[in-house]
Design a protein around this ligand. Structure first.
Ligand code: PLP
Length: 415
């Protein structure tokens, strides 16, 4: 592979960025690693890894309950990370930030609390046809339990949501609409502001699955006017096992607790328990303290570089990659949305995506193949699976050229 370009026209020094990521600098099957599976999980920079190690070496203690110095330090770091998340999302209040295990748990939390409190027979939840399973199954489960129905906002042949259909589906029966910000299967960037405006006109709250957005674009929950926003740290250069549910305080205040245990209570007797205030009411038990601090470090890292600079860089690499892939005979993109983030899903005539992935792996190129936990959208496009290359801030044009070369190799093998 040719060396990565230094200063790009977008002002991001990708070579310097790559030096921060130790995992990128290795050989795979004797070839330099080309890591294009960032939608599954990103790599972590030294700054995040180092902060987690530093915490365990110097500050490790449980939070919120100790009077000793280490516990105070750990609590300060943990709550400091909450403030970093608040600022990153431009949320009004730190108590609107709930730490959870990830996007999946955040959505389950809303389904099990807001859903259980608000859904009854005949009520409806709207989801889009391009949702990840984690934004479908929790709603199916609670709808089934409460006698409510799940309705689907369809997508068109390009992979864009059909907003007229959303308008048609909105009614007093709808208790919540759940949509993905950026589709992990198609790359579609949904027009969240338009969606929340439509929903608001019908008094319907909106939950946005931001798993694929947070590392790639600036997200302002007030500007987007979302009611709930969910994301995972590991898809934004942070650790696994940690994520965030943002919720507007007036909604979170009315939601019953979900998991019971330590930290979420104010007082407990065998007769009666009173619950803690936000955000602790939804954070039962000892959380992943080091993980939350690592998430704070990931936010510092990404915001230190600048989300708009990252977005411009990824857009440029994406455009280069799409042009390179357009020259591969028999390659068909799945999803050609009006606005796309750095996710490229494709199929090759007559070649199973798993075979593509396996041959590319031998070339040192890591991509994802399968249904990407979005089986309904695969069914919508009449395919069982795709091959998917996905970008991050450290992705380069040269890596996309390597992908195109690898795909020509796949064609040779199957010729
Ligand atoms: N939503 C989207 C759009 C995703 O891409 C993913 C993960 O791939 C998830 C939700 C689930 O995230 P997690 O497994 O971190 O909970």
């Amino acid at each position: 592979m040719t060396p990565v370009a230094a200063a790009t026209p977008t002002g991001l020094d990708v070579e310097a960025v790559r030096r921060d990521f130790p995992a990128l600098h290795q050989q795979v099957h004797g070839r330099p690693l080309v890591y294009l599976d960032n939608a599954a999980t990103t790599q972590r920079p030294r700054q995040v890894i180092g902060e987690i190690v530093r915490f365990y070496e110097q500050d490790n203690a449980n939070i919120h309950r100790g009077v000793h110095l280490l516990s105070e330090r750990a609590t300060k770091l943990y709550e400091g990370a909450r403030e970093k998340v608040r600022a990153a999302l431009n949320a009004t209040l730190a108590r609107e930030i709930i730490f959870v295990r990830g996007t999946t748990e955040a959505i389950n939390l809303v389904a099990q609390t807001f859903g259980r409190a608000n859904l009854g027979p005949g009520d409806e939840i709207l989801v889009s046809a391009m949702e990840h399973h984690s934004d479908i199954v929790p709603w199916q489960m609670i709808c089934q339990e409460r006698g409510a129905a799940l309705r689907v906002i369809p997508v068109d042949d390009r992979g864009d949501l059909i907003l007229e259909e959303l308008e048609r589906l909105l009614s007093p029966r709808v208790k919540l609409a759940a949509v993905v910000h950026v589709s992990n299967a198609l790359g579609t960037v949904n027009p969240i502001r338009q969606i929340t405006a439509l929903a608001r006109a019908h008094g319907v709250p909106v939950l946005v699955d931001g798993a694929q957005a947070m590392a790639h674009m600036a997200v302002d929950v007030r500007e987007l006017d979302v009611d709930f926003y969910a994301f995972s740290a590991h898809k934004m250069c942070g650790p696994t096992g940690v994520g965030v549910l943002y919720g507007k305080s007036h909604l979170l205040e009315t939601m019953p607790p979900w998991q019971g245990g330590g930290d979420m209570i104010r007082s407990v007797t065998f007769e009666k328990t009173t619950y803690n205030t936000l955000p602790h009411r939804f954070e039962a038990g000892t959380p992943d303290i080091a993980g939350v601090i690592g998430l704070g470090a990931a936010i510092d890292y990404l915001h230190g570089i600048g989300l708009s600079r990252i977005a411009a860089h990824e857009d440029a690499v994406l455009a280069h990659g799409l042009a390179a892939l357009s020259e591969i005979p028999g390659l068909r993109l799945i999803g050609t949305p009006r606005r796309r983030a750095g996710v490229i899903s494709f199929v090759l005539d007559g070649i199973h995506p798993h075979d593509i992935g396996t041959i590319l792996d031998r070339e040192g190129i890591a991509i994802r193949t399968g249904h990407h936990c979005a089986q309904p959208v695969m069914q919508r496009f009449g395919i069982p699976a795709t091959a998917r290359a996905s970008l991050a801030l450290y992705s380069t044009r040269e890596e996309l050229d390597a992908l195109a070369r690898g795909l020509r190799r796949v064609l040779e093998v199957f010729a």
